[in-house]
Design a protein around this ligand. Structure first.
Ligand SMILES: Cc1cc2nc3c(=O)[nH]c(=O)nc-3n(C[C@H](O)[C@H](O)[C@H](O)COP(=O)(O)O)c2cc1C
Length: 327
């Protein structure tokens, strides 16, 4: 199967990059289908890999798929192609979230930096404590610019606003913990060593809780907490950034996902580790409160924690290479 003259190896490069994207609970809620007639790669959402209680509208699912679309774009650039992307291309087929055409040609809009391609394979979530060494202002400015370039915004709060966002996250975490069905839903995506299906998060990739109780990391281990790691002290002054968009439609979620991935890869390229705190986004009142007092047209999408520190363990993907249609 060839797509705009890409051979099987080229297609595999695209797909391997796409599936390296982050996704809520590593659900990998995407399916790729090459359409030789229209010469595009269709990116579908997979309804069975949704998280209905935490993500009833599929907003986080769109973020995850948007991140995969960004990776397709930079993999296309790596292959000296320009990715022509259409979001939600066909109202009659709402499951097709995007099409990507890895086109040849000089008169097309510029692709994102090919340099970021190298960061795709290196990036992964680190749920470990960071050292507390501050990420310098010029790097933070680059992260902000990365979100802006994709049509989203990154709000980097000061000390007291950071505490407020972490408090909202802690409230969300406590609510989820007190909600048996939600706790069970999260727990269902955790896999024990050797039992993994390629989806979900292995226990080895989880982090410890904060011994000081300040950093509201997500507790994936459920009420019994048998898999919970011993607590460790986290950085005293967390650096976080709130990704937000001016509107809250499906296309905004897909743009936010592309912005998320551009931010994460830019951080990775600078040796900065990242993890995500999505808990407050899963409760409408807390998501609204995360706007802060003066933000009228601000729709929070995700809180990103960043800093220097240990790598954390990797989380597998299901892609084994080769096919033009991949789920
Ligand atoms: C929309 C979204 C929300 C996420 N929320 C959380 C979260 O609340 N806590 C967390 O530890 N990881 C969160 N993650 C990270 C995923 O668990 C992670 O991307 C996935 O397990 C794949 O692992 P990797 O990022 O190491 O490749 C989130 C990722 C996305 C895309």
């Amino acid at each position: 199967m060839r797509l705009t003259d890409l051979d099987a190896a080229g297609l595999e490069t695209l797909l391997a990059a796409a599936v390296a994207a982050p996704s809520l609970h590593n659900t990998q809620p995407w399916h790729f289908r090459a359409d030789p007639q229209r010469q595009v790669l269709e990116v579908h959402a997979v309804p069975e890999r949704s998280v209905p209680l935490a993500d009833p509208l599929g907003r986080a699912q769109h973020l995850s798929v948007g991140a995969a679309v960004f990776n397709l774009r930079i993999a296309a650039a790596h292959l000296a192609r320009r990715a022509e992307v259409r979001l939600l291309p066909d109202p009659a087929r709402p499951e097709v979230l995007a099409t990507v055409r890895p086109a040849r040609g000089a008169d097309l809009p510029p692709s994102p930096e090919p340099d970021l391609y190298r960061a795709v394979a290196r990036r992964h979530t680190s749920r470990m404590p960071f050292t507390g060494r501050p990420v310098p202002e010029p790097v933070v400015a680059e992260l902000t610019a990365a979100a802006y370039a994709e049509g989203a915004r990154l709000y980097v709060p000061d000390y007291s606003a950071t505490r407020r966002l972490l408090r909202l996250t802690a409230v969300a975490e406590a609510r989820t913990h007190a909600h048996p069905a939600r706790t069970a839903e999260t727990r269902a995506w955790i896999t024990a060593p050797g039992t993994g299906t390629g989806y979900g998060i292995p226990v080895t990739a989880l982090g410890p809780p904060d011994a000081a109780g300040r950093m509201p990391m997500r507790d994936f281990t459920g009420r019994a907490g048998v898999l919970r790691r011993p607590a460790l002290p986290f950085e005293r002054h967390a650096q976080v950034a709130l990704l937000w968009t001016a509107y809250d439609r499906r296309e905004d979620w897909l743009r936010a996902g592309q912005a998320l991935q551009r931010v994460l890869l830019t951080a990775t390229a600078h040796g900065v580790r990242t993890s995500m705190l999505h808990q407050a986004m899963e409760w409408p009142d807390l998501r609204m409160a995360a706007r802060g007092p003066r933000r009228q047209r601000c729709h929070p999408q995700l809180l990103i924690r960043f800093g220097y520190g240990p790598d954390g363990n990797r989380t597998p993907r299901t892609f084994r290479g080769g096919p033009a249609s991949q789920q």
